[in-house]
Design a protein around this ligand. Sequence first.
Ligand code: HXC
Length: 515
Amino acid sequence: MSMKNKTSDLRQRMSEALKGGGDKAILKQKATGKMTARERILALLDPKSFHEYDLFVKHAGRDFDMDKKYLPGDGVITGTGTINGHPVCIYAQDFTVAGGSLGYMHAKKITKIMDHAMKLKIPIIGINDSGGARIQEGVNSLAGYGEIFFRNTQASGVIPQISVILGPCAGGAVYSPALTDFVFVVDKISKMFITGPQVIKTVLGEEISMEELGGARTHAEITGNAHFFAQSEEECFSQIKSLFTYIPWNNKKTAESFPKKPPKTRQYKLDNIFPTDPRMPYDVKDVIRALSDDSEFLEVQEYFAPNIVVGFSRLNGNTVGYVANQPLVLAGVLDVDSSDKAARFIRFCNAFNIPLITLVDLPGYLPGIDQEHAGVIRHGAKVLYAYSEATVPKITVITRKAYGGGYIAMCSHHLRADFVFAWPTAEIAVMGPEGAANIIFKNDIKNADNPEKVRQEKIEEYKQKFANPYVAAAYGYVDAVIEPEETRNMLIHSLDISASKSVERPDKKHGIPPF
Ligand code: HXC
């Protein structure tokens, strides 16, 4: 065959493979409001940057007449490309081909591109849309998942791993996303669960819809499995692109620097955001925006455990990670879910060289039987562990309450913050004045002619003594008491002088965090 004929043969083969599951299956995919796998890749990556590999891979199924079936690309598209000019490896399961089910060669394609990502030290993105283990291939499908999980674990903390759930992701298949750094879901499209509604009904007699059990909202708000929630696939892709502006390619690099921009101080002015009444809540996201370049803030897990706010912004062009108590929700307490959320985010930032800024305003850990029995000790300890182990620059600003365990946990000097600043409004104490006065002046209050008057006097006495930043400053636990308007400059200066920070931790195989 001549070169010309061979080229046309190649084109013919490619055009067959590029049809995926064929017109009928593609129409069905579109009818459910979903893009095809290839459309998704092209929409997410920079134009013309996608290069596909293993298009001609053949599936390995031999039983149940599978050997007679042609499954283009074996139901998964893999390749490399760029996002905002940065290289990434990517795979997208093609539901139009055997329901995107994972057989031996499908898994091989995924693990091969994961291996590439690790070798090239660039992020890996997985778009999940699959009926799970390919039933006809039996144990080879399970082996495939196991190989993916192992690689997810090896890659953890080395390259960013992104999972995008754009269809079903059921059974053990959910554990690959669960092992990755950020999970993106889309309303009405994403479905994640270990056992579906049918099985739950049969085994437990409980009835629940697929959407309620494992839909996007459920994972964004209740389970915390998802980190980003979008209304459409397009919005989801723009969230991913935005995330990539904040994170580095791998754990040996830092995130890209952008031109410095001042905050939008007309819109976000600390004086207007912060209430004069210390009992009034305020939105800590506005405080973050008031401090950040161009007042931009990319929140992570926005709808889960909203009593803590975590996410990325920039200071003088460089990425920082914020961990901030949210006084608007449960007074910003630490509880089981907010501890998990904060600890995981801190560990991501630490692994990928992103300095941490902690904004403190909380009454402590949430009391209650529910919390105690849900393991607030075990979960709360994760925050202590994550901050203590983190070696990136760590800067803490105490804006108002820093009581009890909350003071210690929110990146105090004792957990090796590099700088702790406090606003004049800060109250650093073992507990709030009301609770403290009721305990230590119990007898004075009880025996007084006018107990309520004495209670108020004692509360005031306690406030005068402890509800301020100066006792902590007197011991050097606070490095400087600063005016709120100075905060951005102090943060920028602290980060600038921390650029070459280097600390050693004890030599060990790994720690044993309270997982
Ligand atoms: C083989 C599968 C498949 C699977 C779907 N298909 N799932 N083929 N193995 N796991 C095929 C269907 O036969 C069908 O082929 C095509 O994909 C589209 O599927 P439909 O059922 O027509 O689509 P839909 O109505 O949208 O339903 C989607 C679905 C359903 C909800 C995902 O297909 C489903 O329940 N699938 C099985 C899910 C499951 O139980 N998977 C195994 C989980 S166990 P045709 O040829 O008709 O187009 C598991 C263990 C992993 O994953 C453990 C790892 C540790």
